[in-house]
Ligand binder design. Sequence first.
Ligand code: SAH
Length: 202
Amino acid sequence: MRENWFKIALTALLLADASVRLYYLKGRRKFERVAVKHEKRENFFYRLVGMGLIPISYYLLTPRIDAFRLPFPAWLRWSGAAIIFAGDLLFIWSHRALDKNWSPLLEIRKGHTLVTEGPYRFIRHPMYAAIFLIGTGILFLSANWTVASSYMLPVIFMYLIRVSDEEEMMVEQFGDEYRKYMKSTGRLLPKLNIKFNPVHDR
Ligand code: SAH
């Protein structure tokens, strides 16, 4: 019976996640593209991510894959819900900061500006960081390795191939402005800027 509460919580959090995406997809007005990279490949990745949702729906709607359970205690599972929630907040914050510069594909739009505010002050890929946070939360909350890997594997695969192409595209567009921005930020984690003055023996 308790498993159903975890399922209800996960369903609610995933629906919240999906509605944020839909809201920003819908809000995107038609814009003129200046550049687009690897469009077919990116669309293929989205199909992979979509296929991962099939086992997740099985878990949420039926008891059929409940056997692939990991022995997590209830407190860890509920902290998974908190992690997903934190991921959702970071996701919304990133969307608000990127605003019209956001695109689900690797694209540069007409009038594209480089965003270095909000979460982009600290890291270059807060949306991907949010997606990984959500994945970690899904692992803990579902305590089901089939569910966790159906979400995480396509997303990790997509990230690993996409991120350097995205940065290359940004360098092509913004040149030294982006190179300088790269020096003060990390990809997914903030750069630790510990400056120290080495003491030399005279
Ligand atoms: N990698 C970012 C954005 C993902 S959306 C993140 O994880 O938060 C992908 C699109 O965002 C890319 O096509 C690119 O056009 C745009 N983009 C990425 N970083 C940007 C930035 N700092 N400023 C403006 N646009 C950016």
